[in-house]
Design a protein around this ligand. Structure first.
Ligand code: PLP
Length: 372
């Protein structure tokens, strides 16, 4: 079989071997964590071990962690459950945040997609309404990292609570919830080598939330329904694994150096600011995203255009639009995202296939200029 280069970790990461092993073990566990008998207690103990691992990953107490079905549910629970009169979110948030409430108010970003702190402050000033500010730790499309501690400082000065969608940051960069001062954070296992369909909302005890699903009072009445034990155990195991992101960053940098060598006109978004070590989002005028995704797919290379996890549909990215990127680039952007199983061969395969696409654009452009 021909080699596949999977380079779409920000959409979903392959499951880490340690998580697979833990899941297989949990499949043999029959008990419901709510049952009081021995097998129920065994299931609960597996669940609580996993909670400890997730808590340690973001440096909080285990009782701050509430398991959900994933990042989307955690985001929705934070926003809807807060009951705040005002919800301020950055323009580059994931759809899970932007669509969590009809009444979100947008905080502007600069040309790199960084939250404009003055805009946040202006919006918070002189408004007595209860407010939740939600800003992501790192962007899923560009990898750009937000100044979370500064955002928290401003929001707290005006008595707003702060939620941070840390789905893309976790496992890729240090994220210490207590040091950053966030009140709520969202996590998702499948972006860090755990299984799909499991995540967590991490909450300071002082923050009161209304449950979206009451059910039988599981997760200390914040999230009803029998817990997804298999997912939780896989999430816990993935939380303990340490991927060498210096190695991943070298691969990402190698890729960027090589593609820049193909054309001076390639634009890499967020290149000059702090970014996740695994993500590269770039465009070349004249090379449509959709065409690239399909051509690379045929060559065995899996990448995405825009935000793949919204629905698999290819459309201009709202993130790039908010950054003021013109249509000629926003419609052409692709995202390459790497992770624990990425290797140099993936980069070589990508650069070889991408070079052919770039050459076709250059050929077309030179024919055009000859004809003019
Ligand atoms: N938040 C961000 C930043 C994401 O990238 C994603 C998924 O791509 C989500 C939330 C949603 O997470 P989940 O797929 O676990 O619902």
């Amino acid at each position: 079989m021909n080699k596949i280069a999977y380079m779409d970790y920000n959409a979903t990461a392959p499951i880490l071997p340690a998580a697979t092993q833990a899941i297989v073990g949990a499949l043999k566990c029959v008990g419901n964590p709510s049952s009081v008998h021995g097998m129920g207690r065994k299931a609960r103990s597996l669940m609580e071990d996993a909670r400890d691992n997730v808590a340690a990953l973001v440096n909080v107490r285990s009782d701050w962690v509430f398991f959900t079905s994933g990042g989307t549910e955690a985001d929705t629970l934070a926003i809807k459950g807060s009951g705040c009169e005002r919800i301020l979110v950055s323009a580059v948030e994931h759809a899970a945040i932007l669509n969590a409430s009809k009444n979100v108010e947008i905080i502007d970003v600069d040309e790199n997609g960084l939250v404009l702190l003055e805009d946040l402050e202006t919006r918070l000033k002189d408004d007595p309404r209860s407010t939740l500010v939600s800003v992501m730790a790192a962007n899923n499309e560009t990898g750009v990292i937000q100044p979370v501690a500064e955002i928290v400082e401003i929001a707290h000065r005006f008595a707003a609570i702060v939620h941070c969608d840390a789905v893309q940051a976790i496992g890729k960069i240090e994220f210490d919830m207590q040091a950053l001062g966030c009140d709520l954070i969202s996590l998702s296992a499948h972006k860090m080598g755990g299984p799909q369909g499991i995540g967590a909302l991490v909450k300071r005890p002082s923050i009161k939330l209304q449950a979206l699903i009451s059910g039988g009072g599981q997760e200390r009445s914040l999230r009803g329904g029998t817990e997804n034990l298999i997912g939780i155990v896989g999430f816990g195991a993935a939380s303990k694994e340490k991927t060498d992101f210096n190695r991943i960053k070298s691969l990402r940098d190698m890729l960027e150096t090589q593609i820049k060598g193909l054309s001076d006109e390639i634009v890499i978004f967020g290149e000059d600011v702090a970014r996740l070590p695994n993500t590269s989002c770039f465009a070349l005028e004249g090379l449509m995203s959709e065409r690239q995704v399909m051509a690379l797919d045929l060559a065995g290379i899996m990448i995405s255009a825009g935000s793949a996890c919204s629905s698999g549909k290819v459309k201009a990215s709202h993130v790039l639009e908010a950054m003021g990127v013109g249509e000629e680039y926003a419609n052409n952007a692709i995202r390459v995202s790497l992770g624990w199983d990425s290797c140099e061969e993936d980069i070589e395969m990508f650069v070889q296939a991408y070079a052919k696409l770039v050459a076709r654009v250059q050929e077309k452009n030179s024919k055009k200029s000859d004809a003019a």
